[in-house]
Design a protein around this ligand. Structure first.
Ligand code: NDP
Ligand code: MG
Length: 382
């Protein structure tokens, strides 16, 4: 039986992780559960699984939670506590499904404590990839990707020599607005942006898919996870989301991983690794039903967010931190109805343009820049 700490448990990935834990209750036990403030989603899980620890960041939510009788659960309430439950000696697996760079400290803690890490929280790797990967190497810990593209690449590389891999090809569905022109994007609403054609996900990543910022974050994520230079990471538009990503080797052989667009598959892969567990929860892929697959070159003028991500990644230093922080803040403003859809990429571009990169930043610098950029983007709104 493996004890699991789940960070970001009330989110889209978090709830699907709970499906996997419930389905494989003979293998996994929920030890700690962390979330921000969504009591309605958290409470049934806490009652059902009675984790030893619950971390709730928001103080009002904590006060409300304390009104319930939860005799077997200790309630904590800080970002530091997230790190505590991620490093607890009784924990075997940490699932990091928190949204945003707030998950950085807990990620580093889990690495230092040598936990098995199922890793969804891509913003953390984008904001401080060089630090996270250095720690992972130092402690001999592998980050097991939950992001479907990276889980696909991880599977394509199983048993292979990474030095023989020449190119990573990330597939992109195109998001909610893939059939709209730049001109038509001027009119789109928040409701439109939240209708993803293939995947059901949290609000922020659904908007990121529509701007293609998500694929940009994933390019940087792939760079760090697999040590691949940016010139060897491509993105291809693949509307069906059946191929989750591809690796090309030096003999020009390609390996791809296919499956239904169901995040519980990569979540379970990371939890069960190195074993492959049964998946009674969902459907397998019916190739006859799929029929045809389509691939299309990415248009960087149509999706400038992706161009910005390559720029940030290749420049390095603090530029990816700026890319991520500006995007997180801009999407937050868009979700609150304060800015238009197209302002997101304009704000990210402006933040990158106004920033002079600092090479090899330490953790303190990254945290500082992250906060400064969020503040700066808020001034753009006004
Ligand atoms: P959601 O918005 O659905 O959930 C986010 C989770 O993080 C919630 O549990 C939320 O708590 C918690 N959270 C938010 N802010 C804080 C904070 N300040 N401190 C602590 N916890 C916080 O996001 P997703 O599940 O969609 O995404 C989570 C991560 O997984 C992201 O990094 C995303 O990029 C990645 N990912 C998601 C995929 C998906 O299919 N959804 C696919 C691939 C990657 P509360 O509910 O209480 O607000
Ligand atoms: Mg993805």
């Amino acid at each position: 039986m493996k004890n699991v700490t789940l960070l970001g448990g009330t989110g889209s990935i978090g709830l699907q992780t709970m499906d996997v834990i419930r389905e494989h209750s003979e293998r996994f036990s929920l030890f700690a559960f962390a979330f921000h403030k969504n009591i309605e989603k958290a409470l049934p899980i806490i009652k059902e699984f009675q984790p030893k620890f619950v971390v709730v960041i928001n103080q009002d939510a904590k006060s409300k939670l304390e009104h319930y009788s939860l005799p077997n659960t200790k309630i904590l309430d800080s970002v530091e506590a997230m790190k505590e439950v991620a490093t607890h000696p009784e924990v075997d697996i940490v699932v990091n499904a928190v949204l945003g760079s707030v998950g950085l400290d807990a990620t580093l803690g889990a690495i230092q404590a040598k936990k098995q890490i199922a890793f969804a929280n891509k913003e953390t790797l984008v904001t401080a990839g060089h630090i996270v990967m250095k720690e992972a190497k130092k402690h001999g810990v592998e980050l097991l990707p939950v992001d479907s593209e990276h889980a696909a690449i991880h599977q394509c590389l199983r048993g292979e020599n990474i030095r023989e891999a020449e190119r990573i090809i990330l597939t992109a569905s195109g998001g909610s607005f893939r059939d709209l022109s730049r001109d038509e994007l001027k009119e789109v609403t928040l409701q439109d942006a939240l209708k993803h054609p293939n995947w059901s996900m949290g609000a922020k990543i659904t908007v990121d898919s529509a701007t293609m910022m998500n694929k940009g974050l994933e390019v940087i994520e792939a760079h760090w996870l697999f040590g691949m230079p940016y010139d060897h990471i491509d993105v291809v538009l693949h509307r069906e989301s059946v191929i989750h990503s591809i690796v090309e080797f030096q003999d020009k052989s390609m390996m791809a991983q296919l499956g239904t667009p169901d995040m519980r598959i990569p979540i379970q892969y990371a939890l069960g690794y190195p074993e492959r567990l049964e998946f009674p929860l969902g459907k397998g892929l019916n190739l006859m039903e799929v029929g045809k697959l389509h691939f299309q070159e990415m248009d960087f003028n149509r999706f400038p967010g992706l161009k910005l991500a390559y720029f940030a990644g290749k420049t390095g230093g603090t530029m990816p931190t700026v890319f991520n922080a500006a995007n997180e803040e801009a999407v937050h403003q868009f979700l609150n109805g304060n800015i238009s859809f197209l302002s997101i990429e304009q704000f990210v571009e402006r933040a990158l343009h106004e920033h002079t990169t600092i090479l090899d930043p330490d953790l303190h610098t990254i945290v500082q820049i992250d906060q400064d950029i969020r503040r700066q983007v808020r001034t753009y709104v006004n």
